[in-house]
Design a binder for this molecule. Structure first.
Ligand code: PLP
Length: 501
């Protein structure tokens, strides 16, 4: 099923009614007013797709409704749609309307986002200064002590078989304690331990999805979760996060149109935007989903990384007791520790565990012991971690401000990434130019449902902070080179970059 965009929303997204100089071309400084009206309309729609304001796969409003809302002639709309089809930005389907796409191939899901590997013989995972592809960090100072404590307690477990299909009991309790400390009553029986959050999302997907189902996801969002949805035969439906904000009305409309199996959201320092959903909006989102009987699946992988002195709302599940929440030690402590979990109503835990058992019999026992000790020390470890991330974030924001003043960015109140908006839709070209200078960053289309988002790149600040200024200076040099040599919007935005190397 393809969602149809209401005419009023389309007009909002293309920047208002089709007056001279409005909409198309305005952003790139084209002499838009010299183009005929149908060309300007087509261009405005194309720009909105490139920018991710309108998702690919969406059906354009009927010609009649758009004609009325725009107050133009029917011929203008008909010809604009025809231009989009002729230029390969849409396909016309008899009986179901004009569906937006990216030129070239059919829209493909974004490729997985995979950490780069150090070369064989290289240093064992030391952060590479120019690699900003991964929202991740090295292990915290308390890690060695937790490893020692885990090693000391390991012999006590060696007489057992080592498998804990639901998770090590003391770890399940420690995770439940942490939820209670964050304001969400939770028992160990609500927790299923998994080998990381991505494993948890895959377990949730295979438990609740059937081929052909739909899942509402944020766009931009976390590509590996979208891939998990697609791998289950379901289809991600984009909920646009314009300017890093959730639009509750838009969510209601999207849910109504697509009747999803669940909505997968990241209210706490959303990856990639770093946005935080406020308490009132959490309540409103929970209400929309409850009214539509759509379960919420909440990815809280970044939730502990609050960087500013703000009131972080309680976990989303406080607003909807049926919520299934996914968490992880990867960002709070270390990605090398393969421990995550699912927090769900007790009645769901057995079902989830059964579904997990054909994938993983258990998470690593040693990792679970380490995670238990780290959670016991979280009040000592986290403040330092947050301080160092805050200072890295501030350095990155300052470096972008200095070297790339044209780029717009909203300072994220938490998480590990900075989402930047370029004035031109050239993110993949800038990524390539930066790579030629030894800097790896990720272009926006990797985070979009079906691509798009060509105005955006994601930078991260979990790695070495002392080199960030020099790294951003190189990105800026790449950006200037792209502008200087002249550019055309790349046509491969939907293809996804596959492995990020
Ligand atoms: C939002 C989000 N969810 C899930 C994951 C996967 O986490 P894990 O390492 O626990 O599998 C990541 C990792 O970057 C993430 O950013």
């Amino acid at each position: 099923m393809v969602a149809r965009i209401p005419a009023s929303r389309l007009v909002r997204e293309i920047g208002g009614p089709l007056r001279d100089g409005a909409g198309a071309g305005a952003e790139q400084g084209d002499p838009g007013e010299r183009l005929p009206a149908y060309r300007r309309l087509a261009e405005a729609i194309r720009s909105a797709v490139v920018d991710g304001r309108i998702p690919t796969g969406a059906t354009l409003p009927s010609e009649r409704s758009l004609t009325e809302v725009l107050d133009v002639s029917r011929t203008t709309v008909t010809r604009a749609y025809a231009v989009l089809v002729a230029d390969d930005w849409a396909i016309s389907r008899r009986g179901s309307g004009t569906v937006l796409k990216l030129p070239g191939r059919r829209p493909e899901p974004s490729g997985p986002l995979v950490p780069t590997e150090p070369s064989v013989g290289g240093s064992a995972g030391a952060p590479t200064p120019g690699d900003l592809t991964c929202a991740a960090s090295d292990a915290p100072p308390g890690f060695a002590a937790a490893l020692e404590a885990a090693t000391r307690s390991l012999p006590g477990h060696l007489r057992g078989i080592g498998y804990h299909p639901l998770g090590l009991p003391e770890l399940r309790s420690a995770i439940a304690d942490r939820y209670r400390a964050r304001g969400l009553p939770t028992d160990a029986e609500n927790i299923l331990v998994t080998p990381g959050a991505l494993a948890a999302i895959n377990v949730v997907a295979r438990t609740y999805l059937d081929p052909g189902d739909r899942v509402v996801v944020e766009s931009p969002g976390y590509p590996n979760s979208m891939a998990a949805v697609t791998a289950s035969g379901a289809r991600p439906i984009a909920l646009g996060l314009g300017a890093g904000r959730w639009d509750v009305e838009e969510l209601a409309a999207t849910v109504r149109r697509s009747a999803p199996a669940f909505a997968l959201l990241m209210p706490d320092f959303q990856n990639p935007t770093g946005a935080l959903l406020g308490a009132d909006d959490r309540r409103a989102v929970a209400e929309v989903l409850r009214a539509a009987r759509v379960p919420a699946v909440i990815d809280e992988t970044m939730a502990e990384l609050v960087l500013d002195d703000i009131d972080q709302p309680p976990p989303f599940a406080r607003f909807d007791p049926h919520t299934v929440t996914v968490g992880s030690t990867s960002k709070t402590f270390w990605g090398g520790l393969r421990v995550g979990w699912i927090r769900a109503p007790r009645s769901e835990i057995d079902r989830l565990a059964r579904s997990m058992s054909t994938l993983f019999l258990s998470a690593s026992l040693l990792d679970q012991l380490i995670a238990t000790h780290l959670l016991g020390e979280i009040d000592t470890i986290l403040p330092d971690r947050r301080r160092s991330y805050r200072s890295a974030r501030d350095r990155l924001v300052a470096a972008v401000g200095e070297h790339l003043p044209q780029w717009r960015r909203t300072v994220p109140p938490g998480g590990l990434s900075l989402w930047c908006r370029l004035p031109e839709p050239i993110a993949p070209l800038v990524v390539a130019a930066a790579q030629a200078r030894g800097v790896l960053i990720v272009a926006g289309h990797q985070f979009g449902v079906g691509g798009g988002l060509a105005h955006h790149v994601r930078l991260t600040y979990g790695g070495r902070a002392d080199t960030l200024d020099a790294v951003v200076a190189r990105v800026a040099a790449g950006y200037r080179e792209v502008l200087d040599r002249g550019w055309v919007p790349p046509a491969t935005l939907g293809a996804g970059a596959g492995l990020i190397a």
